[in-house]
Design a protein around this ligand. Structure first.
Ligand SMILES: N[C@@H](CCC(=O)N[C@@H](CS)C(=O)NCC(=O)O)C(=O)O
Length: 86
C-alpha cells in the first residue's frame, strides 16, 4: 500500500486499512513508497497496475474497489474467516 496502516498516504490505501481494522483481523502492510523495486515488482507479480493490493494467505485478492465490493457483499469476511481457520 501507499504509507503504513498507521499512516496511510493515499485514500484508496486508507479505505482498505479501515475495512481490515473494522473486521479486527491481523494484517501487515508494506509501504511501496519506500521501495521502488517492490512497487514495480508487485505490479508484475500480481499483474495488477495499482495500489493498494490486498493479499490473503499470500494470494492476491484485489485492490480497493474489489475489497470494498466484497466487504459489502460479505465475501471478504468469508474469505478471511476461511484463511484464519486454515
Ligand atoms: N481503482 C483502484 C484505485 C487505486 C489506484 O488508482 N491507485 C493508483 C493511485 S494511488 C496507483 O496505485 N497508481 C500506480 C502507482 O502509483 O504506482 C483500486 O481499486 O485499487
Amino acid at each position: 500500500m501507499k504509507g503504513t496502516k498507521d499512516f496511510p498516504q493515499c485514500g484508496f490505501s486508507n479505505t482498505v486499512v479501515s475495512i481490515l481494522k473494522s473486521l479486527n483481523v491481523p494484517f501487515e502492510t508494506h509501504n511501496i513508497l519506500e521501495n521502488e523495486l517492490l512497487r514495480q515488482g508487485l505490479k508484475e507479480y500480481s499483474n495488477w497496475p495499482t495500489f493498494p493490493q490486498l493479499y490473503i494467505d499470500g494470494e492476491f485478492f484485489g485492490g480497493c474497489d474489489i475489497t470494498v465490493e466484497s466487504y459489502k457483499s460479505g465475501e471478504l469476511q468469508e474469505v478471511l474467516e476461511r484463511a484464519m481457520c486454515s
